[in-house]
Write a protein that binds this ligand. Structure first.
Ligand code: CMC
Length: 431
C-alpha cells in the first residue's frame, strides 16, 4: 500500500482534528503542511527560533546538516570552491544553471557596467562620524539606493528585478570600499571596470592616488574563494529577513539593507569580527584552557565565537575548506600570525571536550575566515562587510525566487500572548 502522505492530528479536548498533507522536496525530510491547522482545530503552532519550521519552498541551496553537505543549485560547495569563481556562482544562484561562455560574458559585462555610484550618494558618507561602524554605513548606503531607484522600478517586472540584482551585485563592492576609505580618510575611488570583480574591489579598497597598487594574485584568489563560500546559505536569519521584508512588496534595495542589518549580529555574520577579537583577547595558546572553561560555564554569557551552528551538527563543510585555505594563504603571503596557533589550539581543545562533543559544536564558516581577511590587510571591522558583499548574491536570488513564486503571501507569524487579560483604563489619579 502506498504511503498516504498525511499526518492526522487530533485535539482530544475539543475532538477537532486535522489531516495535514506531507510535502516532499527533491532532497531533505518531508514537511507537514500546517496551512489548514488553525481552521481545522483553532490552534497555532509554536516554534521559537523556527528550529522545526520550513518557511518557504526554494530551489536555490540545499543543506544536509547531519552529513555536512552544502549544495548551490545542486552543485557541491567543494566542487564550486575548486573550479568556479564568485561571479559565476552569483550567476548560478540567480539563474539556476552554470553559464555558457557567452552568457557569462554578458553577465560580467552587465555587472561591470553598473559598478558606479550616483555622485550624490557619495555625499552621504560625509554625514557619518569618522569611526562609524562600516556595517552601519553599508546598511544605510544600500537602503539609500532605494531613493535612487524606486519610481521606475516594479517588483512585478522580471526585467526590473534582474536589473536590481545586477545593480546590487555590482555596487556592493563599491559601497563597501567607500565605507572603509571614508573611515581612514582616503578619497573614494571609482571602480576600474577593466578589472575582474574581486580585483576591482581590492583596488577600490587599497589603491591610493599617490602610488600604484601592487596586488598579490594570492589575495584576489583567496577573497574570491571566501566569497564563493559565503554566497548563499538557504533560509538563514538574514535571508529570511530579506524574504520577510520582500513579502510586503518593499523595494529590493530596502529589502537587502534589512538583510545587512540582520547579518551584522554576532550570532550570525558578525561572528567573523567577534572571532578575531576573541582570539586577540585569548592572546596565546596558554590561555585556551581558561577560555574553554568560560564557554562551558552556564553562569557566564561567554561563548566560543565561530563555534556551533543551528543546522550543521557534524561539521560545516565551508569551515573545512577555509581551514585548509587559511594555512595555504598565510604560507603563500609569507604571513606568520600567532592567532592561527591560538585558533588551532582552541579548535583542538574544543573538539576533545565533552561539552562541545555532546552538543555537536564544531568550528563554523567564521572561525578561520577572519585570520585570512587579516592576512589580506582587511581591517577587523570590515569582516562582516566582506560577508555581506558575497551574501548579496544569495539574498537577491531569494528575493527574485520569492517574487517569481505564484501565490506568495505576506510573511506574518502568530504569537502566544502572555500579557494582561482585558482590563479597564485607569484614570491617572486612581493608579
Ligand atoms: N560556545 C559555547 N556554547 C555554545 C556555543 C558556543 N559557541 N554555541 C552553542 N552553545 C551551547 C548552548 O549554550 C546550548 O547549550 P545548552 O543545551 O546546555 O543550553 C547548546 O550549545 C545549543 O545552543 P543554541 O544556542 O540553542 O544553538 P542555536 O542553534 O540556537 O545557535 C549559534 C546557533 C550559531 C547561534 C550558536 O552556536 C552560537 O552562538 N555560536 C557562536 C556565534 C557564531 O559563531 N555564529 C556564526 C554562525 S555560522 C555563520 C552565520 O550563520 O552567519
Amino acid at each position: 500500500m502506498s504511503d498516504p502522505k498525511i499526518v492526522k492530528l487530533l485535539d482530544e479536548s475539543s475532538n477537532r482534528s486535522s489531516e495535514l498533507p506531507l510535502i516532499s522536496g527533491t532532497l531533505g525530510p518531508a514537511c507537514i503542511d500546517i496551512g489548514t491547522l488553525y481552521k481545522d482545530t483553532g490552534h497555532f503552532t509554536y516554534d521559537p527560533g523556527y528550529g522545526s519550521t520550513a518557511s518557504t519552498k526554494s530551489a536555490i541551496t540545499y543543506i544536509d546538516g547531519d552529513q555536512g553537505v552544502l549544495l548551490y543549485r545542486g552543485y557541491p560547495i567543494e566542487q564550486l570552491a575548486t573550479n568556479s569563481s564568485f561571479l559565476e556562482v552569483a550567476y548560478l544562484l540567480l539563474n539556476g544553471e552554470l553559464p555558457k561562455p557567452a552568457e557569462f560574458a554578458a553577465f560580467e559585462h552587465d555587472v561591470s557596467h553598473h559598478t558606479m555610484l550616483h555622485e550624490s550618494l557619495k555625499n552621504f558618507f560625509q554625514g557619518f562620524h569618522h569611526d562609524a561602524h562600516p556595517m552601519a554605513m553599508l546598511a544605510a548606503a544600500v537602503a539609500s539606493l532605494s531613493a535612487f531607484y524606486h519610481d521606475d522600478l516594479s517588483v512585478d517586472d522580471p526585467a526590473d528585478r534582474k536589473l536590481a540584482a545586477i545593480r546590487l551585485i555590482a555596487k556592493m563592492p563599491t559601497i563597501a570600499a567607500a565605507c572603509y576609505r571614508y573611515s581612514v580618510g582616503w578619497p573614494l575611488r571609482y571602480p576600474r571596470n577593466n578589472l575582474e570583480y574581486v580585483d576591482r574591489f581590492l583596488h577600490m579598497m587599497f589603491e591610493v592616488p599617490s602610488e600604484p597598487l601592487q596586488m598579490n594574485p594570492v589575495a584576489a584568489k583567496a577573497l574570491d574563494l571566501l566569497f564563493i563560500l559565503h554566497a548563499d546559505h538557504e533560509q538563514n536569519a538574514s535571508t529570511s529577513t530579506v524574504r520577510l521584508v520582500g513579502s510586503t512588496g518593499a523595494n529590493p534595495y530596502a529589502s537587502i539593507a534589512a538583510g545587512i542589518t540582520a547579518l551584522w549580529g554576532p550570532a550570525h555574520g558578525g561572528a567573523n569580527e567577534a572571532v578575531l577579537k576573541q582570539l586577540e583577547e585569548i592572546g596565546t595558546p596558554d590561555n585556551v584552557e581558561s577560555a574553554i572553561l568560560r564557554a562551558k560555564d552556564k553562569n557566564d554569557s561567554f561563548r566560543l565565537m565561530g563555534f556551533g551552528h543551528r543546522v550543521y551538527k557534524n561539521f560545516d563543510p565551508r569551515a573545512k575548506i577555509i581551514r585548509e585555505m587559511c594555512h595555504k594563504v598565510l604560507a603563500e603571503l609569507g604571513v606568520n600570525d600567532p592567532l592561527l596557533d591560538v585558533a588551532m589550539k582552541l579548535e583542538e581543545a574544543a573538539l576533545k571536550d565533552d561539552y562541545f562533543v555532546e552538543r555537536k559544536l564544531y568550528p563554523n564558516v567564521d572561525f578561520y575566515s577572519g585570520i585570512i581577511y587579516k592576512a589580506l590587510g582587511i581591517p577587523t571591522e570590515m569582516f562582516t562587510v566582506m560577508f555581506a558583499i558575497a551574501r548579496t548574491a544569495g539574498w537577491i536570488a531569494h528575493w527574485i525566487e520569492q517574487h517569481e513564486t505564484p501565490g506568495s503571501r505576506i510573511g506574518r507569524p502568530r504569537q502566544i500572548y502572555t500579557g494582561s487579560d482585558v482590563r479597564d483604563y485607569m484614570p491617572t489619579a486612581r493608579r
